[in-house]
Design a protein around this ligand. Sequence first.
Ligand code: PLP
Length: 268
Amino acid sequence: MTSDKPIVLCFGGNDPTGGAGLAADILSLNSLGCHCAPVVTAITSQDTSGLKQFSAVDAPQLISQARAILEDMDVAAFKTGMLPTTEAVSAIAAIADEYANIPLVLDPVLTTGAGQELSEEPIEDALRSLLIPRANLITPNSLEACRLAREADTLGACAQSLLSLGAEYVLITGTHEKTKTVVNHLHGHGLNKAYEVARLPGSYHGSGCTLAAACAAGLAHKMDIVDVVTHAIKYTEGSLKAGFKPGRGQAIPERLYWANAKGKPRIT
Ligand code: PLP
C-alpha cells in the first residue's frame, strides 16, 4: 500500500496543551491532506495561560530524528517552528542545504502568544545567517519581523531586509498591529500583496503555527505562492472561528473545523 499524501517534515516543540507547536502542525497538515512527520526540537511545559519552562532536544538527537525520516520517506516540504538553540538552527540548516530541492517554510517562533521568550539574540542571529537564506517562505508576525530586521523602520522595510538575507517570500501577519481589520502582506519576487481579514475577538494559542503549517501544506501540494497564502489564511480563519477553550487561558484553533462542526467529533 503506497500513499500519495505529501509528507511535511516539521521541526518544532511539543506543547502539552495541544494548541501550538507540533500538535498544531500534525492537525493542520492532516486536515489539509498531508502527512506530518514531527521532529521534536524542544519539550515545553505550559498551559493555555503561559509558559512555565522548556528544555531543548540536543542537536545530535534532532539530526537523528530527521535523518530517520529523510532516509525512509519522500519529504515534500520542511517546516520549522520553535528552534531553541543555535545548534538546532545550524543542524537544521545543514540538513535543509543537503536536501536543497525540498521547499522550506520558516515560522520564526520567538515568543509564546502570551509574550514569553522562546528565543534569544544568538538564535535570531543564527536564523538570519543560516536558515532565513534557505527559506522559501518565512511567516513572522509584525513583532517578529521587527526583531529579525532590527534597522528597518516600517513593516515594508522589514520585509525587504528579510528578503535581502535570501528568503524567497516573506508573509508578515498583522494581528499585532493596531488596525481595525488584520492585514497580512506577502512580499517577494516583486510582489507586495495585501490579504485583509476580519479581526476576531479573543486571543488564540497556536494561530501562527496553524498558518505556517497550512502554508507548508500548500507548498507540499505544489500550489503557486499566491494560492498557498490565500488558502492558508482562509484555513486559519476557519480554524480560529471554530476555536474552543479547553483551559482557563487562550482559545485554541479547531483545525478539523470542517469535520468537527462546533467542536463535536462526528461519529458516523
Ligand atoms: N511552538 C511552541 C512549542 C510553542 O509553545 C508556541 C507558543 O507557545 C509556538 C510554537 C507559537 O505559537 P503561536 O502559533 O501562538 O505563535
